[in-house]
Design a protein around this ligand. Structure first.
Ligand SMILES: NC(=O)C1=CN([C@@H]2O[C@H](COP(=O)(O)OP(=O)(O)OC[C@H]3O[C@@H](n4cnc5c(N)ncnc54)[C@H](O)[C@@H]3O)[C@@H](O)[C@H]2O)C=CC1
Ligand SMILES: O=C(O)/C=C/C=C(\O)C(=O)O
Length: 469
């Protein structure tokens, strides 16, 4: 039974909820659900720890980040097991991406914070300099698709900046967060610096509306992002949001087609398509359209399947497969539920799916599906390709495939997206700004952008006495 982690201690509450293995549908564990009393207790614990934690020199907090990274390394296998039990991710991906990124997040932000120079300006007899103060208590609300990666992506910069935190992982994936609570305790992190509460969206709602919470960082659906925005509006709490995507991939006929097909397989199907950066709208130059579609459909049939996170999410993805048909799509591959003939038949799998033939105005091409699926459409000119890519209410990521360097720069700079990858997908440098435009989010995290969000600057200006001439 998983408990909350508050003030350095495991804490139980009245109600519990089940967590299922998406690969089999079986219940793997139960977890306590945070009620108003638990949420209040967690926020109070964070507030009590805030002053001493903020008072530590940044170098000491960076040292704590390195110790947490070592703690993750020591519990690597436990974290891998917890993440797979909750999500059904492939072992290889979990060992090479999800958990290593947790380690990298703590190490990267330890260095970025410790090495960041302070601002100072000298102007006609004045000296101005800036000191940065933490925000206080930060609510960290994260989703189920990359649970450990995304939690630590926010925790590391929040903590190294001097904030204390209350984290609420997704109700579908409390496992790795609970192992992380043990890591914090084993490392001897001061009680109350990291608090973790478990529960559904209602527990998250209680957390963000708590008057003791100073700021909210959230990754998840645009719908929940707008709810949180409304909730915190009265208190003008700072927010940082990474929300949904309906990302475009552009394939020009001067590309390396093998590379473009393989890259597209990754960008559409990684993590079962359950990454906000995944591509759902492919646009391919007409001269190579038929060949590209045929090759993508073949490769889609060969990939290792990953289940959808829940029965409900599978229904949502399948409803879009049905919608594609009703809107008149041609299904090139997939469109249904795979049959394994074993225990996976009670899991939450869907077939990787590639469709064509829909208009840009179809719901299928406008709404985030968040599954292993894409629509492929032809284009004739560079200008048309850019218009198609930009014709979305989302603007998180875009991918383009071309060997023409001028075109790569020209097109990349005209795409309305926070991130553009050229001849690759999901290549991350943790120092770069990360986030989206339009319905895809507010603000940027990554590198010093994260430190800017998790702290407030105070500018101090001193009038210097001029020496007598
Ligand atoms: N772009 C992204 O990164 C993600 C997008 N999604 C999309 O969202 C759809 C719904 O999935 P959900 O798991 O329901 O995502 P969600 O955005 O509702 O959940 C993310 C987190 O927010 C919490 N939450 C929910 N309501 C809240 C509230 N009012 N106040 C505070 N916290 C709250 C949840 O418990 C979870 O920890 C998916 O089908 C998918 O399309 C889901 C996860 C990540
Ligand atoms: O930071 C990363 O590398 C990945 C981020 C992915 C998301 O924010 C998401 O899928 O929601």
């Amino acid at each position: 039974m998983l408990t909350h982690f508050i003030g350095g201690q495991p804490v139980a509450s009245g109600k519990v909820f089940p967590v299922h293995d998406p690969a089999t549908g079986a219940m793997v564990r139960q977890a306590h659900e945070a009620d108003p009393e638990v949420v209040d207790r967690a926020v109070r614990a964070a507030r009590e720890a805030a002053r001493d934690w903020a008072a530590l020199p940044v170098g000491e907090r960076a040292g704590w980040m390195r110790r947490l990274a070592e703690g993750i390394e020591a519990r690597f296998d436990d974290l891998v097991a917890a993440e797979i039990a909750d999500t059904g991710k492939p072992l290889d991906q979990t060992r090479t991406l999800d958990i290593p990124r947790g380690i990298a997040n703590f190490r990267a932000f330890a260095e970025i914070a410790a090495q960041r120079p302070d601002d100072a300006f000298h102007l006609s007899g004045t000296l101005s300099y800036t000191v940065r103060r933490p925000l206080g208590v930060v609510a960290v609300i994260v989703p189920w698709n990359l649970p450990f990666l995304l939690m630590t992506w926010k925790l590391a910069p929040a903590l190294v900046s001097g904030n204390t935190v209350v984290v609420k992982p997704s109700e579908h994936t409390p496992g790795s967060a609970s192992v992380f609570a043990e890591i914090c305790a084993e490392a001897g992190l001061p009680p109350g610096v990291v608090n973790i509460i478990l529960g559904y969206g209602a527990s998250g709602q209680l957390l963000v509306e708590h008057p003791g919470v100073d700021a909210v960082t959230f990754t998840g659906s645009t719908k929940t992002g707008t709810t949180i925005m409304r909730t915190v509006a009265d208190r003008v709490k700072p927010i940082s949001f990474e929300l949904g995507g309906k990302n475009a991939g552009l394939v020009f006929d001067d590309c390396d087609v093998d590379r473009a097909v393989e890259g597209t397989v990754k960008s559409v199907f990684t993590n079962g398509g359950q990454v906000c950066l995944c591509t759902e709208r492919m646009y391919v130059q007409r001269s190579i359209f038929e060949d590209f579609c045929a090759r993508l459909a073949v490769r889609a049939q060969e990939i290792q399947l990953q289940p959808m996170i829940s029965a409900e999410h599978r229904e949502k993805v399948l409803s879009y497969y049905a919608l594609a048909r009703s809107e008149g799509a041609k299904v090139l591959t997939g469109g249904s539920v795979p049959v394994f003939g074993d225990h996976r038949d009670s899991g939450y799998f869907v077939e990787p799916t590639v469709v064509t033939g829909l208009s840009e105005w179809s719901r299928f091409n406008r709404e985030e599906i968040f599954g292993p699926v894409c629509h492929v459409a032809p284009f004739d000119s560079e200008a048309e390709a850019i218009d198609l890519a930009n014709g979305s209410q989302y603007g998180l990521a875009a991918t383009l495939w071309t060997t023409n360097l001028d075109r790569a720069h020209r097109v990349a700079q005209r795409l309305e997206a926070g991130l553009v990858w050229v001849n690759t997908w999901y290549l991350r440098d943790l120092r770069t700004p990360f986030g989206g435009v339009k319905l895809s989010g507010i603000g940027r995290e990554g590198g010093t952008r994260s430190l800017d969000f998790y702290s407030e600057p105070t500018t101090i200006t001193i009038k210097l006495e001029q020496p007598d001439a």
